[in-house]
Every structure is written in C-alpha cells, then in structure tokens.
Write a protein that binds this ligand. Structure first.
Ligand code: HEM
Length: 139
C-alpha cells in the first residue's frame, strides 16, 4: 500500500520557498550585529554558503537530495570542525534562522518542528570545550 506523506519540504512550499528562506537567513547573518561572531567565520561572499545550505536543507527536509548528489555524505559535524563553535556561535546561527523562519513560515506547527530539529542540529555542531552551563562535558 502506498500511503502518501507530505514532507516538511512540501509544507514549506518547495524549492522557491526554501531558497527564499536560506537567502533571508544569510542576509540576516550579514546584517544583524548580534550575529557578527558567526558572520565573520564565513567567507566574505556568502553565495556559496547559500548554495550549500540550500542543497543540504532540500534533502534534510525530505525534498531532492541535492547536497548528497553533488558532494556525497554531508558529514556535517566533521565539516564544521575547522571552525570553533560554542554555545554563542550556535545561538547566533539559530537567531538568524529563527528570525528568517518567523518572517516566512506562517504554519506554527511546522515552524515549531523545524525550530526544534534545527536547534538540535546546531547544538550538535558545537566543538569547543566550554566551562559552565551549556558547555561540552570534559573529555
Ligand atoms: C551551530 C552554528 C553553526 C556555525 C557557527 C556554522 C558555521 C559554518 C561555517 C563557518 C561554514 C563554512 C563556510 C561555508 O561553507 O559556508 C559552514 C558550512 C556549512 N554549514 Fe554551518 N554552521 C553552523 C550550523 C549549521 C547547521 C545547523 C547546519 C544545517 C542545518 C549547517 C550547514 C552547513 C552546510 C551545509 C555547510 C557547507 C558545508 C560544505 O559543503 O562545505 N551549519 N558552517
């Protein structure tokens, strides 16, 4: 039996909506003073970052696996190891993503679900040992 399921990708509005979300995310990262720490880790020209995040999220949300087709397994945590990511960087990244989602996703349930899953993923990217609450446990 073939039970059709609606993916988050479709709920979001497909390719055009995802592209708009990703562009807004990086535009916010580029302009919000609170996100300067995370902005300065990225290349001056954000267009390749935009392309890659768009391709990754396309597959991650249940749409076409564009990133995997082009680059293979994302190995997302490994690819972030060259950058020092702690709670502050995680929170700055999420600040931009949350604002972009708040502006663009009218469906509260969808927005809440994506917020939770992206926050978990962003938390998993942390690789800097930090003392105090929110830090990684000692090695
Ligand atoms: C937690 C805070 C995060 C920081 C500080 C961060 C920072 C960075 C930096 C500096 C790069 C390299 C520049 C570039 O290629 O654009 C990068 C690449 C990338 N990031 Fe993040 N990132 C974070 C979280 C995330 C999350 C949660 C996702 C997925 C939802 C993500 C997806 C990607 C992708 C797909 C790439 C391109 C990887 C490649 O093929 O080279 N990042 N990130």
């Amino acid at each position: 039996m073939n039970i059709p399921t609606v993916t988050p990708y479709e709920l979001l509005g497909g390719e055009a909506a995802l592209l708009t979300l990703v562009k807004r995310f990086y535009a916010l990262m580029d302009t919000l003073p609170e996100a300067y720490g995370v902005r300065k880790m990225h290349p001056r020209d954000l267009s390749s970052s935009e392309d890659k995040l768009f391709m990754f999220l396309s597959g991650w949300l249940g749409g076409p696996q564009l990133y995997v087709e082009k680059f293979g397994h994302p190995r997302l945590r490994a690819r972030h190891l060259p950058f020092s990511i702690g709670a502050a960087e995680r929170d700055q990244w999420m600040l931009c993503m949350r604002q972009a989602m708040a502006e663009q996703i009218a469906d509260d349930a969808l927005r809440a679900e994506l917020d939770k899953k992206l926050a978990d993923l962003a938390d998993f990217m942390r690789n800097k040992a930090e003392s105090g609450a929110g830090g990684l446990p000692p090695a």
